[in-house]
Design a protein around this ligand. Sequence first.
Ligand SMILES: [Zn+2]
Length: 63
Amino acid sequence: MSEKKIICDLCKIEMILSKVDLLYQDQKMNADLLKCPKCGQVYISEELVKNKMREVESNLEEK
Ligand SMILES: [Zn+2]
């Protein structure tokens, strides 16, 4: 995990790591994502999306 802090654009406060439910191609999954404790906005980096997509795709191939 990187120590880089992500600040919510709206609230100007630090986002915290929390479990977030995601829906991708009808696959429900959850991940630890940075989320603003005030407005609930979730920060999703491009890198994370790519990793998650790869994870889901490999899961589909196994079936
Ligand atoms: Zn916020």
